[in-house]
Ligand binder design. Sequence first.
Ligand SMILES: N=c1c2ncn([C@@H]3O[C@H](COP(=O)(O)OP(=O)(O)OP(=O)(O)O)[C@@H](O)[C@H]3O)c2ncn1[C@@H]1O[C@H](COP(=O)(O)O)[C@@H](O)[C@H]1O
Length: 104
Amino acid sequence: MDTLTTLETVIAQRQGGDPSASYVARLLAKGLPEIARKVGEEAVETAVAALAHDRQDVVGEAADLIFHLMVLLRARDIPLAEVCAELDRREGTSGIAEKASRSE
Ligand SMILES: N=c1c2ncn([C@@H]3O[C@H](COP(=O)(O)OP(=O)(O)OP(=O)(O)O)[C@@H](O)[C@H]3O)c2ncn1[C@@H]1O[C@H](COP(=O)(O)O)[C@@H](O)[C@H]1O
């Protein structure tokens, strides 16, 4: 989690920076449609790698996907904490559903 928080800070710092010196600045300058396209591309590459047998490829593609997703969240001005809060909420919700099904 610290890793993602640090990455989120670095991405925010790169926003508005020199596109010739920073991949993040370059990607953010291209705009949301290009960022969304990259997320889609990396998601497909992750899925394809998962179906093949090279474990290290899956790790690499998953890292590319998470990185580009973090850039997309920055472009939409959504803090990572908001996504984590949604995951926490679901954990709470599924816990309630589980308890309810156990009491039936
Ligand atoms: N984690 C990453 C990271 N993962 C992947 N990438 C880049 O994402 C790109 C992946 O694109 P592809 O594999 O599709 O290859 P490509 O053809 O070069 O990319 P496109 O031209 O199609 O966009 C590569 O250029 C990688 O270098 C990353 N670039 C940056 N980071 C992090 O972001 C920080 C800031 O980076 P800069 O903005 O470059 O300083 C770095 O310190 C890292 O921590």
